[in-house]
Structures are given as structure tokens and as C-alpha cells.
Design a binder for this molecule. Structure first.
Ligand SMILES: [Zn+2]
Length: 212
């Protein structure tokens, strides 16, 4: 276990997240050391823990997490650990969604394929799926959920700016796709984020089947 000297509740969340990461890898959602994940202590605004870059997710363990500064994404513990460039997206999401305490980013086949096929529309709209009730802000299947698709870029500040502008107009955002890349979603804890991820991945897979 990391020696962060933090509350045991946070350590438990880190353990749950690592278990989830290994499960996501087994399902093919995090191939070839891709994807990144983070969790923050309940109520904390100054730090969060994020997965280190370039790590195989099939055996992911708590010592492959690192603590970063919540406002810059710079390494805190260990100081010499290298955070992924995409850590900036986690920084912006925690700032935009103060109630979020876990962020999951995956590279699944359905998410990647659909993000490319629907890129010109800029979004995927899901309607009438019973599983929509699994998203925190819905209590019925009789709703519409919009998953926006942002253009891919290696310039994270550019993506962060687009994200900020989008959330300014659509504050109820629960997840988004990046074209040819993958999915981001989040929740108030690891369990809620996992539920959101499973809902979106299920919806993406169904959508792919339906258009065949
Ligand atoms: Zn990625």
C-alpha cells in the first residue's frame, strides 16, 4: 500500500479502483497500457491519486497510483513519478464537477468505433434504454442521454478548453467520447463511476449491434 498517510477510507477506494482497473482490462477496455483512472479523498480539493502512465492494467496495483496536485496535475508523491499527459483532463473534470471523486477513462472497441463513425454529428444520443436509469441523474428509461464526441488532440489544454466550454452550456454532462480514442466518465465514488462506465459501455455496444 502507498504510504500517503491518508484516511483508510481513501485507501479502500484506491483498492476498489485497482480491482476495477484489472476487471476493465479483462473485458478489453484498457488495451496496450492505455487508459487512465483517478480517485480523490472525499471532500479533498488539493490532491487526487491518478494511475501512472504506461502501466499494464492487467496486474494494476495501488503502488502504481501516484498523488498529484489537484490544480496543476504535477506529481506530489512520489515526486519523480510521471503522470500521464491526460492527467490535465482529470484536473479540469474535478474542478468542473466538485461532487466527483472518481474518474474513469477507457479505450473500448465500441467506444472507439462509434466515436469515429459519429464524429461528424459530434454526439451520440441514447433513448429508451432501460439501463439509462443507471445514470445518477435519471430515474426512468424514458429519457434522452447525449454523449458528446470531441475531436482528438495531443494538446491537452485545447481539449480542456473545449470541455470547459461544453460544460458551461451542458452542466448535466455525465461522460464524453474523444474521436478515435475513448470514453471518460466519473462519479461521486468508485462504485458510482463504475456504474456510469458500465452503462455507457453497454449503450455503446448495443448501438454498435443495432446499426449492423
Ligand atoms: Zn486515452
Amino acid at each position: 500500500m502507498m504510504d500517503f498517510r491518508l484516511e483508510s477510507e481513501f485507501e479502500q477506494e484506491i483498492r476498489s479502483l485497482c480491482e476495477l482497473i484489472r476487471w476493465l482490462h479483462a473485458r478489453g477496455f484498457t488495451p496496450a497500457t492505455s487508459s487512465n483512472f483517478s480517485v480523490r479523498p472525499q471532500g479533498a480539493r488539493d490532491i487526487f491519486a491518478v494511475s501512472r502512465t504506461g502501466v499494464d492494467k492487467s496486474t494494476f496495483s495501488p503502488d502504481q497510483m501516484m498523488l498529484v496536485d489537484a490544480s496543476t496535475g504535477a506529481a506530489r508523491v512520489p515526486r519523480d513519478a510521471r503522470p500521464s499527459a491526460e492527467t490535465l483532463i482529470h484536473v479540469v473534470l474535478y474542478e468542473l464537477f466538485p461532487e466527483a471523486a472518481c474518474i474513469l477513462h477507457t479505450h473500448s472497441v465500441p467506444g472507439t468505433v462509434l466515436s469515429m463513425q459519429r464524429a461528424s454529428e459530434g454526439r451520440i444520443v441514447f433513448r429508451d434504454f432501460e439501463i439509462l436509469k443507471g445514470l445518477e441523474h435519471h430515474d426512468s428509461h424514458d429519457v434522452e442521454e447525449v454523449l458528446p464526441i470531441f475531436a482528438n488532440t495531443q494538446q491537452m489544454p485545447e481539449l480542456a478548453a473545449r470541455l470547459r466550454a461544453h460544460v458551461g452550456e451542458h452542466p448535466e454532462l455525465a461522460g464524453f467520447l474523444i474521436e478515435g480514442h475513448g470514453l471518460y466518465t466519473w462519479g461521486a465514488n468508485v462504485a458510482a463511476a463504475r456504474r456510469h462506465l458500465e452503462v455507457f459501455e453497454f449503450l455503446l455496444e448495443c448501438t454498435l449491434h443495432l446499426q449492423r
